[in-house]
Design a protein around this ligand. Structure first.
Ligand code: HEC
Length: 205
């Protein structure tokens, strides 16, 4: 085989490789970016209900939803416990779910996982849950394992996750949060984490 033949072969190889990668990881840049992730009016309203409900996220959420929909809180609570814990009721490319998810994340998860979901605070210092959800390896695992969100759901709902010691030597612990959050809130926060928005927030904020 002459030199130009080799070049053609490797070019073809490259195209095939890209095609395979496209099938596995998806080649589109994903859902369009949402201009304003946490809408200010959502934030103000939710904060208002949190203040009224002793900073209890589930109670605040149900009261807010009740006010918006006119359904009684108890009916909403019942509907919430009917939400599956093993099947994601949203998708990470549903803009409204992602917006609400960031709202939950920014009030219940941000202190440990960081404003950019990379396990660091605003000045870049490693936080308690120093897992970097935006790392390319983490994104790859997420895309390749359709069950990943269900595994995550279990961690947030009922696992007290304790992993690597923090830089100051103490142990990082994530409390099981199933008692504090509605099922809807947990799924929403996870859909935000799984959305492209979570990665884009790295540059936007
Ligand atoms: C008190 C601190 C803290 C809070 C609050 C917290 N986490 Fe965590 N989280 C951790 C720690 C610590 C770990 C385990 C160590 C790690 O992976 O960095 C963890 C692990 C996780 C994992 C498992 C990651 C994996 O790949 O196995 C998920 C998913 C997660 N957290 C999501 C959330 C969500 C969503 C919220 C908010 C609803 C939240 N966490 C609130 C500290 C926290």
């Amino acid at each position: 085989m002459n030199a130009s033949g080799k070049t053609r072969t490797s070019a073809r190889g490259l195209i095939a490789l890209v095609a395979v990668a496209c099938v596995i990881y998806g080649c589109s840049s994903g859902p369009a970016a949402i201009d304003r992730v946490v809408r200010k009016d959502d934030f103000v309203k939710y904060q208002h209900y949190l203040d009224q409900h002793d900073q209890q996220p589930a109670e605040a959420w149900l009261a807010w939803r009740s006010n918006e929909t006119g359904s009684p809180v108890e009916a909403l609570r019942k509907a919430d416990v009917a939400i599956s814990q093993t099947e994601n009721p949203f998708t990470p490319d549903d803009p409204r779910a992602v917006q609400l998810g960031e709202l939950v994340y920014s009030t219940s998860c941000v202190t440990c996982h960081g404003p950019k979901a990379d396990g660091r605070d605003a000045s870049g210092r490693a936080l308690m849950g120093h897992k970097d959800f935006t790392h390319s390896h983490a994104r790859m695992v997420l895309q390749m394992n359709p069950n990943r969100l269900v595994e995550w759901y279990q961690v947030v709902d009922q696992v007290t996750a304790s992993e690597h010691p923090t830089p100051d030597g103490s142990t990082a612990v994530m409390p099981a949060m199933g008692e504090q959050l509605t099922r809807e809130q947990i799924w929403l926060a996870l859909n935000w984490l799984a959305s492209d928005q979570a990665i884009e927030s790295k540059v936007e904020r």
